[in-house]
Write a protein that binds this ligand. Structure first.
Ligand SMILES: [Zn+2]
Length: 279
């Protein structure tokens, strides 16, 4: 769940100026020259407001021309200013999705403010970050509604008062446990609200449930091996947690270890209980 990322170190105002300069001999020169000043101002507003859908305005006047902006993203010319920036954004080394925390290289770029609704941010690097297909399939063009103006955590800008944004609780019976995945109760109220709506709108719980049943079985199997090797349960599981935490405290593996280790009843079960034989 939610891997915070450093914002791209790209001067987006400079980028937009370069993109406009590159259009001077093309069919859209007049269009881009005409909207240049306002486009730059709107990109600056995005940066100032950290892409918040509650604060960044739409631009109805360009609705009929939105394909001109989206085309810059979808079909960048070889060596173009935005083409190189997009290439760099796609050359990341992430091994989990920043939006949900599930393992696997996120292989698409998501527009935090969707390009179909906010075409003026289609090539703004601070509006683009890697995301997994499942998150993207759930997010689509959602941003917020009247009651909740902002549905999603922005991985470049949102920072939380605790590194773990969610908290997993594992409940007995420990051979067939149930779980709850909730926003970390130690977060501040507004942080918890944002995390809660983010989890709901990206449909993370059902995906995590599938992961959890496999991950929990792996923990039981591991516990069996730790016992037969005569090793210390807490020390060994802490080691595996450290490994998962090195990827992110919100990677799904780390969330599971973070739920297992402080759960005294479960640790007792793993150390001395009768483990299921289906392993
Ligand atoms: Zn995801």
């Amino acid at each position: 769940m939610v891997h915070v990322l450093p914002p791209p170190e790209v001067d987006s105002i400079g980028l937009i100026n370069d993109v406009i300069a590159e259009r001077q001999n093309g069919v859209n020169a007049v269009f881009f020259n005409g909207i240049a000043a306002e486009w730059l101002a709107r990109v600056q507003a995005y940066l100032d407001h950290h892409g918040s859908a509650a604060l960044v305005e739409k631009w109805p006047a360009i609705a009929a021309d939105k394909t001109k902006f989206i085309g810059l993203y979808k079909h960048p010319a070889e060596g173009s200013a935005q083409g190189m920036v997009l290439e760099n954004l796609r050359a990341h080394e992430l091994v989990i999705c920043p939006a949900c925390g599930e393992a696997g290289r996120p292989n698409t770029l998501d527009h935090y403010l969707p390009k179909g609704v906010y075409p003026q941010f289609a090539i703004v690097p601070q509006n683009l970050f890697p995301m997994c297909d499942a998150c993207q399939g759930a997010k689509l063009e959602l941003t917020g509604d009247a009651q909740t103006p902002r549905f999603f955590i922005h991985p470049y800008y949102d920072r939380f008062s605790a590194p773990e944004v969610v908290s997993l609780r594992i409940h007995a019976p420990f051979d067939t446990p149930t779980f709850e995945l909730i926003p970390n109760p130690n977060l501040m109220d507004d942080e918890r609200t944002l995390v809660g709506v983010h989890i709901e709108k990206l449909e993370i719980i059902s995906r995590f449930a599938t992961f959890f049943s496999g991950a929990y079985r792996r923990v039981l199997r591991l516990a069996g091996e730790i016992r037969s090797g005569g090793q210390n349960m807490e020390a060994m599981l802490s080691f595996f947690r450290g490994n998962a935490r090195a990827i992110s405290p919100n990677s799904w593996d780390c969330i599971v270890y973070d739920a297992v280790l402080p759960n005294a009843e479960l640790m007792e079960y793993l150390t001395d209980g009768e483990l299921p034989t289906y392993l």
